[in-house]
Design a protein around this ligand. Structure first.
Ligand code: ATP
Ligand code: MG
Ligand code: MG
Ligand code: MG
Length: 477
């Protein structure tokens, strides 16, 4: 079935060419003009139907949502709103869409409605744009890392290590629920389970990724990650994609440099490749802003925000400096909000992060050297005895987009920290082996892919930037 995609028709095909287009009807006006879309672009091609010479039964079947195939000569359009159109010489309905039942009509649907109809929301301009941008960002991530010589290493989805996902892991088993074998004291006998041990879906590929980095030097994994997040937020999914680069011979500064370069590269790539889609999404956001009261409206358009992010160095500060800024702001009576902070040692709440990024620095912030108590066992201990070489990257409107660190490469320090935290060393013997044999400084980070897509598309809810969102009580399709 030879056919020309609508994007190609609108951007490169000379008029006078006979073409076949296939797609879904977005609108049908005056029994004459079809707006046809095939998902290659948000722009529709106009099909002109010679209704006087068309079977009325066929005309009736041209309804919003129907799949059709049209052949005709691409022609300059005299009408407004498009430059070219196709007078149909043949028109075939491939699949009807009963107008009484088809839920996606040309009117503007709410995002909530579309989330409930996520199986059909791909057919709207908003979601077409989002998923094309998502696709470009994924490609750009690979492109950037591949050009730097990184090896794409596939870490396992089923794993026995739960990294740090205490309480947030999904268990994997092939036990029948009504026949779970138990030992004498009533504990589940995982020895009889498929893998001969308890396993779960991965919450992060980092620990396995480190094994790769300490041989291949620079690796990344980019795959689905699973967390049974019981919170219903606009920033968390139960299944999300994570990009996790891990680099040998990198320190924390190298790590932050790579992360900043990667983010800027992929944003620039999307601006170049998906200009139309981002302009559409920018306009969409601007329309939404207009609904808000004046003082709550954002001064910058989406495109401005993306450009601003490209043009400025990310602010780099330590956790300790951040606490000082937050303390000062909470003492300053003139500031609208009181960013009360419990004091040094406490984890930052999202309103603290947002204050730093959106109010204080007004740009992305790389926050480093957190107290060791609030970070993971594998992060490298700093000489002050109190902090670790951690880094979080915070984005406006998003909060944490990246979490990373320089890893603890010294076996004695790592073991001592695991003991302090009660992490069983025998279960991670394979991880500790990298420190036993040829250990070296190394670092890495995890970039939440949906948070990146959220930032670039300007959407407000993470459930709207993944094709099939998984969240509590939602996994039908
Ligand atoms: P948060 O503080 O937002 O819960 P986290 O610190 O638990 O995130 P990390 O373990 O550092 O997350 O994971 C690395 C990155 O993965 C985060 O910076 C974020 O971009 C993304 N991420 C984490 N949890 C989720 C989730 N449930 N849904 C989508 N993205 C997530
Ligand atoms: Mg979390
Ligand atoms: Mg966090
Ligand atoms: Mg984190």
């Amino acid at each position: 079935s030879q056919r020309t995609k609508i994007k190609a028709l609108l951007t490169g095909t000379p008029t006078g060419t006979e073409v076949t287009v296939k797609g879904w009807v977005r609108a049908f006006r005056q029994n004459r003009f079809i707006a046809l879309n095939d998902g290659s672009t948000n722009n529709n091609i106009q099909i002109v139907v010679d209704f006087e010479n068309t079977d009325p039964a066929l005309l009736k079947r041209i309804t919003v949502g129907a799949a059709i195939s049209v052949t005709g000569v691409l022609t300059q359009s005299l009408g407004q709103g498009q430059t070219v159109e196709i007078p149909a010489s043949t028109l075939e309905v491939l699949g009807d869409a009963d107008p009484e039942k088809y839920p996606i009509q040309p009117k503007k649907h709410s995002l909530e409605f579309l989330r409930e109809n996520a199986h059909l929301r791909f057919r709207t301009n908003t979601f077409g744009a989002i998923f094309r941008v998502r696709n470009t960002l994924a490609f750009a991530v690979h492109q950037f890392l591949q050009e730097k010589g990184f090896v794409y290493l596939h870490t396992p989805i089923i794993t026995a290590s739960d990294a740090e996902g205490a309480g947030e892991t999904f268990h994997v088993t092939n036990f029948d629920f009504d026949k779970i074998p138990r030992n004498d004291v009533g504990e589940i006998d995982y020895k009889q389970d498929f893998f001969g041990r308890a396993t779960n879906l991965t919450v992060s590929g980092q620990l396995e990724g480190e094994l790769g980095a300490m041989a291949l030097s620079d690796i990344y994994t980019f795959g689905p990650t699973f967390r049974a997040e019981n919170s219903n937020t606009t920033r968390h999914l139960a299944e999300f994609w994570m990009i996790e680069p891990e680099m040998a011979f990198y320190d924390l500064k190298d790590n932050a440099d790579l992360a900043e370069d990667l983010l800027k590269y992929v944003i620039q790539y999307a601006l170049d490749k998906n200009k139309d889609d981002l302009e559409f999404l920018s306009q969409r956001l601007a329309d939404e802003e207009k609904q808000k009261p004046q003082n709550e409206r954002s001064e910058m358009s989406l495109l401005d925000k993306l450009q601003f992010c490209l043009d400025n160095d990310f602010e780099r500060i330590t956790y300790t400096e951040a606490i000082d800024i937050l303390r000062e702001s909470s003492h300053n009576k003139k500031k609208k909000f009181q960013y009360l902070i419990e004091g040094w040692g406490a984890d930052l709440q999202s309103e603290h992060e947002r204050y730093l990024v959106e109010k204080h620095f007004k740009k992305p912030v790389v926050l480093t050297d957190y107290p060791k108590e609030i970070k993971s066992f594998y992060m490298r201990q700093n000489d002050d005895g109190k902090t670790v070489a951690a880094m979080d990257i915070l984005f406006p409107g998003i909060g944490e987009i990246i979490g990373g660190s320089q890893r603890e490469e010294r076996l004695d320090r790592l073991e001592q920290r695991m003991d302090e935290l009660g992490i069983p060393k025998d279960e991670l013997w394979w991880y500790l082996d990298t420190r036993r044999f040829g250990t070296c400084p190394h670092a890495g980070f995890g970039l939440g892919f949906e948070r990146l897509v959220l930032f670039v598309t300007g959407m407000g809810n993470i459930r709207d930037v993944i094709p099939f969102p998984r969240f509590p009580k939602n996994a039908e399709f």
